[in-house]
Ligand binder design. Sequence first.
Ligand code: AMP
Ligand code: MG
Length: 321
Amino acid sequence: MHLKHVLLACVWLFCSLHAGSQPAEKKYTYVHPQMGTTFKITFYSRLDSISSQAIATEIFSKIDSLNLLFSDYLPESELNRLCNQAGNLNWINISSDLWNILDLSNYFTQASSGAFDVSLGAITRLWRKARAMKELPDSTLISNALRSTGHTCVQLNAKQQARIIQAGTRLDLGGIAQGYTADLCLKILRSKGIRRALIDAGGDIAIGDPPPYSSGWLIYFPSCSKDRADHLDSLRLSNCGITTSGATTRYLEVNNIKYSHIIDPRTGWALTENYLVTVQAPNATIADAWATAFNVLGPLGWESIQEEHPELNVWIIKGNY
Ligand code: AMP
Ligand code: MG
């Protein structure tokens, strides 16, 4: 054998041994309570458990920092500091994440003809209190609060600034913040080369590449399926977002009527015609916002705009849940 051939054989042997020694992809799962829910992060990686834990810790601190921007509970959140300036026409510099989520919110408000509305904060506060007291809110307070809402009240400019033109307006990002945050977590994982991942922010789910040897992540969601006792359907999904929204846990029940945590922006009253809406979309932000909006719009609302939104798959069932 020529020396050249011997050398080539050695290189080949080294390469194949090296490839064979790559560790198998391992599944890692981490949970973190935040934003009134629990974030569950699952991904596959060849990293060891210490490096994977470090990535999870980095993602969780990003979630915590987004909560400091988006929360309407924390008096000092960036969102609340902006709302404290409502009525002041000066432009205020805001973070890129707050600007982005407000810009997206304005888009969903317009696309849903006002059904999705983050300016309902003054009203969602009244309903939160009502749920805690287990009694309906005062209707005069609701009509007064309704005056401080309106989807045109959050203005943004290209200098990453915002202003709220109407005094008294409070913002509530609860209908979109979890989906937006889940998408950002997935983005961080992808930037580190981890693509087989799923982020579940309490039902707002951002999905990356499928698990190894699989066509997608198995997702169960409520449907009208008569074949199953639990009325669940399932899909294998990858590279998209999916959300289910409805009055399953957060609602007020008075005189056998269930008042949802989702508000009809036209009246300020909590929805009583309760649906379970599942939306599959290109990402979790889109799925989250539309799932809230279709609770307000109902099946007829979805039917009327369906053709404009080929990017969405929507399942709406009337809830007796
Ligand atoms: P979700 O669980 O994603 O459907 O969001 C519901 C949350 O969004 C509520 O708890 C409120 O904080 C907020 N919200 C209520 N009604 C609306 C609405 N019509 N548009 C946008 N956000 C809303
Ligand atoms: Mg939502």
